[in-house]
Design a binder for this molecule. Structure first.
Ligand SMILES: [Zn+2]
Length: 212
């Protein structure tokens, strides 16, 4: 099964990705992880990508598509792509690539959450610096203040998790990614899911859709 998971920051994409990849035994491909693995193995692509990353610049689409291709061609199982495509141009390039390797997408899942809910979630979000476990300081705080339940690491609040920065990230997401959602919605592969309530319940809805 080949899936794309789309959703704004704070929609619970990371959590749902973990559930989906475990349940359906498919590889979770996050663009951040893909790039890090190319950089860490010092591949030709990784060396070029690092130059962009060091400057804080966005990775050009053709480079990102190459990195994704490198990962996908080696996979015997399916995959779940998280964090890509972010723009209409990327969505079209990805379709072209998957067509070339004769592995078209099966489904696109879009997570929907209201802006108020996202603001509420992200304003209280904190992340373990070591294992990246997510906490919500209002609803699921760690047992010991600032210490990760999972690994004992230090829990940090991202500097860009303040209301102004969150609203700005949502605006960027809307501008870039809503055309992507429109693009997939013109196909029969796209399903919209209300990402509201308990993560397990949201996953149940997704699981049912993926089993259709
Ligand atoms: Zn931790």
């Amino acid at each position: 099964m080949r899936i794309i998971l789309l959703g704004p920051p704070g929609s619970g994409k990371g959590t749902q990705s973990t559930y989906i990849s475990k349940c359906f035994n498919i590889t979770h491909l996050s663009t951040g992880d893909i790039l890090r693995s190319e950089v860490n193995s010092s591949t030709d692509l990784g060396i070029i990508a690092k130059k962009y990353m060091d400057k804080g610049d966005l990775i050009p689409d053709d480079l990102m598509i190459k990195a994704i291709k490198n990962q996908i061609v080696h996979l015997s199982s399916g995959f779940l792509l998280d964090g890509f495509p972010r723009t209409l141009a990327q969505a079209k390039s990805l379709d072209l690539l998957l067509e070339q390797i004769k592995n078209p997408l099966d489904k696109v899942i879009c997570l929907n959450v209201s802006k108020e809910e996202i603001l509420n979630r992200l304003s209280f979000r904190a992340i373990c610096n070591d294992c990246s476990h997510n906490y919500n300081l209002a609803t699921t705080p760690p047992r010991v203040k600032n210490i990760c339940d999972m690994c004992g690491g230090k829990i940090l609040i991202r500097s860009d998790d303040n209301p102004e920065a969150i609203i700005n990230r949502l605006r960027i997401y809307d501008n870039l990614t809503l055309p992507v959602i429109d693009y997939y919605e013109s196909t029969t592969k796209c399903f919209s899911v209300k990402a509201f309530g308990k993560p397990e319940d949201v996953f149940k809805t997704i699981e049912n859709l993926l089993r259709l």
